[in-house]
Design a protein around this ligand. Structure first.
Ligand code: PRX
Length: 659
């Protein structure tokens, strides 16, 4: 458990909903919320069928709602057909939304371009027609490795239009991570860019694709389509490579959306689990889009006049649900940002909110914590120096937000007039699960409050029995919901094992510890497995360990998390080298080498903050690494546990030195 937990549990501040937000909220008042919850509880099938009929356009209406016959491989609306892209774009065509701005794109260097819904529709259709002419079709898998751009949204929407299953890989991942994912999905298509731009620097992307393909095993890839972002140098492979603008050129501006079964996989997105290999979380067409749209409506209380800005990257689930799909299905104007919050200065977010008159702002606690620190030291870029009066809702996602960060966000960004929505969810859940609602929920700093209607969240013990208020336990979702993960791509056994352990009586195991307070509010206590959350990014300790032991110098490695004031958790690696214990300058040098190695193997986000060397790892006599002890050592705390079962207790002193 992290250090912040105690202060969370003694938190007593409550902020009632702002009266101006209640009357015309999508869910207006606690009574309306309860009515929906009760409707969902009384007859879940009728509730979800009503939602799916009212919110989605179907080419073949469904008759069946939930199919539990192969539980936990649940199927939703499985005899219906629809198309996600048609539900995001075509449905706006003959409405006033057609000429509304869909995306305001701001590049790293501050240039702004906009695209209307009609234009976006045409761009998506042209690209989809291009893909079709190259022979790509429903059921094929495409890797998308693109920077934040209108093109990334176009690529995802074009895939959805044709039924090509996309797997977006975050641009910060290494060629090796990219390779692993391309092989696992059996990609036949890669869509990338020459380079990406961050903080004024160009970083190559296409060359990482070249490297990944050269590693072998991706021979099924028939085309690499390249978005010309910077005009930077690329090596060109005549057999595979095509420019994105050439693929779209001269293609018709209409492309019939392919009617797809509701259960057709929309995308596969890799996330870390408790083994070394990332899991390909598979989401289905209709259920995912239904929840993306409903949660935009409910949680963000979307209005036609909103300017919505989710700062996530499309490489993460937040960028799927709350950039590429949800806001478009809701017909919102949204900001898409290429850069980073600290360039050209730490006021970038606030300046952009002011410039684009953002009304709904959604970001991560890490950004809030680091920007609050920065604002205190560079007062010129403090949020109070900007006009943020357009904001009406501010949200947080990805990791626990500690009460201090919550209060800073609430006071300095929301100016005490915007609710802070602490949204708890996961790659696997498809969209928000437990979150305050602007017109409903009294807020408590540090709590994600109450589940959305239809979501049966509970805290249970090891036997699957619900525990009482104030007692810690496992966070579970007791009944299936339409946007849930369908399976792990290519590994159904791991799906069942990871999420539906037999003792939990069929409930979905989220992998987080939680407790409820006397008001039924949920307080998330962090992961219960070997997964870390660094700056809101999920990282498996085993993934980092595998990367470390792949280095020629390393014999053994154990990775744990330690609380960090900015990044939430930081990676600490305990390493045994194949050679003698390094000291002084040499140790610092090897630690640097290993950090760079991990960045190259996985991506910079996985770089250990600290590396500690020892002649051995602390193990029990049966050879099990004592991670619990390593966590204590990583925090710099004194060991109070009994270490008599350790094979070599002296090792703990050695390991307490950081490099
Ligand atoms: O531990 C929880 C944490 O992030 C995990 C999910 O990570 P990922 O699949 O990458 O999705 C992140 C974006 C939805 C969860 O298991 N987490 C996410 N949101 C919160 C959170 N922890 C506490 N409070 C949150 N609001």
């Amino acid at each position: 458990m992290s250090e912040g937990i105690e202060s969370i549990l003694t938190e007593t501040r409550v902020f009632p909903p702002f009266p101006n937000l209640v009357p015309d909220a999508a869910i207006s008042g606690m009574d309306a919320y309860h009515v929906l919850c009760q409707e969902a509880e009384r007859s879940p099938d009728d509730f979800w069928a009503r939602m799916a009929r009212e919110n989605l356009n179907w080419t073949t209406p469904f008759a069946q709602v939930l199919d539990e016959s192969k539980a936990p491989f649940y199927r939703w609306f499985a005899d219906g057909e629809m198309n996600v892209s048609a539900n995001c774009l075509d449905k706006h065509l003959n409405t006033p939304t057609a000429d509304k701005t869909a995306i305001i794109f701001e590049s790293d260097d501050g240039q702004v371009s906009t695209i209307t819904y009609k234009q976006l529709y045409q761009r998506v259709c042209q690209f989809a027609n291009g893909l079709k002419s190259l022979g790509h079709k429903a059921g094929d898998r495409a890797i998308i490795y693109l920077p934040m751009s209108i093109e990334a949204v176009v690529a995802m929407q074009a895939c959805a239009r044709l039924g090509i299953i996309h797997s977006v890989v975050f641009g910060g991942f290494s060629s090796k991570s990219l390779h692993e994912r391309a092989v696992d999905v059996g990609a036949t298509l890669v869509i990338t860019a020459d380079e990406q731009v961050r903080s004024g620097k160009s970083i190559p992307l296409k060359s990482a694709v070249d490297e990944a393909l050269a590693m072998g095993g991706c021979e099924a890839v028939r085309h690499v389509i390249v978005y010309n972002r910077t005009g930077g140098p690329v090596e060109w492979n005549e057999r595979l490579d095509l420019w994105m603008h050439d693929v779209s050129a001269n293609q018709p501006e209409e492309c019939a959306p392919v009617p797809l079964n509701a259960e057709h996989p929309l995308f596969i997105l890799y996330t870390s689990g408790s083994t070394g290999k990332p899991k390909g979380v598979q989401h289905a067409t209709a259920g995912f889009l239904l929840w993306a749209l409903l949660t935009v409506k409910w949680t963000f209380d979307s209005k036609d006049t909103d300017v919505f800005w989710c700062t996530a990257d499309v490489g993460w689930v937040t960028g799927h649900t709350y950039i590429a799909y949800g806001p478009l299905a809701a017909g919102l104007t949204q900001v898409v940002f290429e850069g980073v919050p600290t360039y050209p200065n730490v006021g970038r977010f606030w300046e952009m909110i002011q410039r684009h008159k953002v009304t709904v702002f959604y970001t991560a606690p890490t950004a809030i914590r680091s920007l609050s620190k920065a604002a205190d030291s560079s007062l010129e870029f403090h949020p109070r120096e900007y006009d943020l009066s357009s904001l009406r809702i501010i949200g947080s996602v990805g990791e626990p937000i500690n009460p201090d960060a919550w209060m800073w966000y609430y006071t300095n960004v929301g100016r005490e007039r915007c609710p802070v929505l602490d949204t708890w969810w996961q790659t696997e859940t498809g969209g928000h699960m437990i979150t305050p609602l602007p017109g409903v929920t009294p807020l408590k700093p540090g709590s994600c409050t109450l589940p959305l209607p239809g979501i049966t969240a509970a805290v249970v013990d090891e036997a699957g029995d619900v525990v009482g208020p104030g007692k810690g336990g496992f966070l579970v979702i007791q009944r299936p919901w339409p946007a849930m993960i369908r399976t792990i791509w290519g590994d159904p056994d791991r799906f069942v094992k990871s999420y539906f352990p037999p003792e939990l009586k069929g409930a979905y195991l989220a992998g987080d510890g939680a407790q409820r307070d006397a008001d039924g509010y949920f307080w998330i206590m962090g992961r219960i497995d070997d997964v870390l959350n660094v700056s809101g990014h999920r990282l498996g300790t085993m993934e980092v360990e595998s990367a470390l032991v792949a280095h020629a110098l390393v014999a053994e490695a154990a990775v744990v998390g330690r609380p960090d004031a900015t990044t939430g958790e930081a990676v600490v690696a305990f390493v045994v080298l194949k050679r003698s214990l390094p000291e002084g300058e040499e140790a610092v040098m090897i630690a640097r080498q290993l950090r760079d190695w991990v960045a190259k193997e996985i991506g910079p986000i996985a770089k250990p903050k600290e590396i500690r060397f020892g002649e051995n790892l602390p193990k029990t006599r049966s050879g099990k690494i004592m991670r619990r002890l390593l966590r204590v050592v990583a925090k710099g705390e004194a060991i109070t546990q009994d270490v008599s079962t350790l094979e070599n207790p002296a090792i703990l002193d050695q390991m307490s030195q950081s490099h």
